[in-house]
Ligand binder design. Sequence first.
Ligand code: SF4
Length: 437
Amino acid sequence: MLRARTIVVVKQMSVLQFQTTQGNHITLNARAESTVIMRDNALSYTFDYSGRLVGAFRDGKNYRRSFANQILEKASGARPGLSGRLRRTLTAAQVRALEVDAYDFAHAITSELRRLEPAAQNKAYDAAQSALAHINRYCYTSLERERELYEHIYHPVTILPPDQYLALYLQMTEGCAFNACTFCGFYRDRRFHIKPPEVFHEHIRRVRAFIGEGLRLRRAIFLGDANALVIHQKMLLPRFDIVNQEFDIVPRGLARDARRAWRNAHPLHFDGIYSFIDAFSSKQKRARDFAALAERGLRRVYVGLETGDAELLTFLGKPNTPNDVARLVNECKEGGVAVGIIVLVGAGGTKFEHAHIQHTTDLIHALPLDEHDLIYLSELTDFPNSTYSQHAAEAGIPPMNGSEIEKQMRVLRDAFQFRDRAHTPRVSWYDIREFVY
Ligand code: SF4
């Protein structure tokens, strides 16, 4: 017989805690968007509302699962910092083993819950039962079947900014309109193209049917791929209208209480629309264009500045100047759209280091950034046989080692000083090796 230890119900969140006859402490947190089942604070599995496994914590290691049924394992390494972290993609056999364990565990918890004393059965108990019923619809085989579906619906989602890892990804365009930066291999497997409105609309319907109630876990909408906003404004607005037709997006400017009321009235809603943008294909976009997109839900765009040093930017094969990025950021901000600026740490090695840090810092300080904006420091992670490595080898520039990267990150971070401390952009890390979708 199981003993109910504590039962807590916190607003929309239901937490059920109990102790098994084997003495294990179980915490089952059945939230509106996901369910976490934890044993003895040492093992946990996270499922989306539909019941798909999305993450795990076992033996001190974190796991994140993708729709493509791949699992990334992360753990601290011997050296502190991002560059010292251990990461690996599990083999197919390891994925299977972990998923079988996760669903066996959920089944075991389900059987034990059935035996809980009647006094322990309340709202939290009901929420747990309902969440487990969803989880038990899944197993390793159904996740594998979903992988095939995912591959039909998406050209693989190759990258998102870290704050958007849980976004709902809509592939309005595929690939990159430029696809030739020397260090970037994200979209080499596809030709750039813009989906006609009806094809885009059908894509949204298929995504929606595929993710189902798992959509509750998704807080934002991200328009892919690399430069979806390259689309001419006249053709872009109807596509934003389609997104708004399909999904509820929190209106701008609501006071706190009104925002809460709106959210309660729209249980499946999104905080906004987000996208990458570049400083060359978007040259025609002006503040009024961004304002029109902001009216339709665009909240932030992410731009690869890479560096404020013009010579290094040319070396990286970018077809724009740092000033083009400054112009773009000014237009976005004037139009009411926030920005996420990505700086490439380690680019150009020690040869460019001084100029990279100095000119990047100068440019960042010249931008009208505030608390709605982000600055990401992203380690240069080359792809095999890249043009960048060939150019670097020819120029006698060896790749920076982990300690040099960590140092450059710290120096950049310390160099960014904002006078208005109440309205400072957040500076954070961005490790492209940790992305799965
Ligand atoms: S860095 Fe951006 S613009 Fe350059 S090739 Fe990659 S996705 Fe395209």
